[in-house]
Structures are given as structure tokens and as C-alpha cells.
Design a protein around this ligand. Structure first.
Ligand code: 4NP
Length: 160
């Protein structure tokens, strides 16, 4: 079976999207579905290219058992062709993703991660970079909730 290729995108690719990538990878592993997925993340800017995730994000992820090792990379046009789903974190990310999409035929691959919320009601996964520790904790809450929703959606999709 062809792997489902999923790309999480945020602004810097050092906080939200590398954490989303690892939460999703961990959920997929727990379900025994690793062979069916390819999961990656990217940033809308290249400011942090090659960097490890932000120390604060790594610490908050680690408390919950996730080890973040992704190195920041910018989103490239080929990603719109290579991935099946491209998931942005907030309104600004969504605007940028639609702006960057090379043609309208790939726009149906763009999703907002909060569309998959289960317990929480949120439109955005807010940028935690300039805030305090509670922002990173809230990001982890939302990522666990949305990745849970996303994997259930994809399980139905894969079985149909
Ligand atoms: P991210 O957070 O988009 O979740 O990786 C940010 C990281 C860095 C910056 C902004 C947001 N920055 O301005 O450098």
C-alpha cells in the first residue's frame, strides 16, 4: 500500500510543527501503523534552517514522553506535490500556504490542524515562541488532541 504522506507546517519549524510531527509519529506507532505513514514537518521561513527544535518545546514534549529531533527546514514547492496532506497551525500559516501553493489542483491538500480537534474548541494552535511556559503546554494539549482526531480520520480513510 502507498504510504500516506503528512507534512506539518508552522512559521519557524522549531516549535509547533516538529512537536506535531513527533506526536503524530508516536500515535501512529502505538496503533501499529508506522509502515503506512511518512511524517515530516517544515517552516514557512528559513530563519532557523538546520536548527534543533526550541529548547522549551523539547522540554515540554519530553515531559509527555516525546523526543524531538527534527532539524528545521523550509517548506519547498515540491512539498505540495510530494505530500498528501499539508497541515498548518494558524490563520497566518493557512494564508501563507494558499499563497505558496503552486497551482489550484494542490489546494485540496491544505488543512488546518485544528479542524481535527476532538475535546478542544480552537481555531489556531497559537505561536508559543514569545510567550511563557503555559503556551508550550497548551500547544502540547492541542497537538495531542488534534493528532488523535487526525489519526481517527485517517484510519477511516485507509479502511474505506
Ligand atoms: P513555530 O514558532 O512557528 O511554532 O516554530 C516560532 C519560532 C520562531 C519564530 C516564530 C515562531 N521566530 O520569530 O523566530
Amino acid at each position: 500500500m502507498l504510504k500516506k504522506k503528512i507534512l506539518f507546517v508552522c512559521l519557524g519549524n522549531i516549535c509547533r510543527s516538529p512537536a506535531a510531527e513527533e506526536v503524530m509519529r508516536s500515535f501512529v506507532e502505538k496503533e501499529g501503523l508506522s509502515s503506512l505513514f511518512y511524517i515530516d514537518s517544515a517552516g514557512l521561513t528559513s530563519f532557523h534552517r538546520g536548527e534543533m527544535p526550541d529548547r522549551r518545546m523539547r522540554d515540554h514534549a519530553s515531559i509527555r514522553g516525546y523526543s524531538l529531533t527534527h532539524l528545521s527546514r523550509p517548506l519547498i514547492i515540491e512539498d505540495f506535490y510530494n505530500f498528501d496532506m499539508i497541515l498548518g497551525m494558524d490563520k497566518q500559516n493557512m494564508k501563507s500556504l494558499y499563497k505558496m501553493a503552486p497551482e489550484t489542483s494542490v489546494e485540496n491538500k491544505i488543512y488546518r490542524l485544528t479542524d481535527f480537534c476532538v475535546k478542544y474548541k480552537a481555531d489556531d494552535i497559537p505561536d508559543p515562541y514569545y510567550g511563557g511556559p503555559e503556551g508550550f503546554d497548551y500547544v502540547m494539549d492541542l497537538l495531542e488532541d488534534t493528532c488523535n482526531g487526525l489519526i481517527n480520520y485517517l484510519k477511516n480513510d485507509l479502511l474505506s
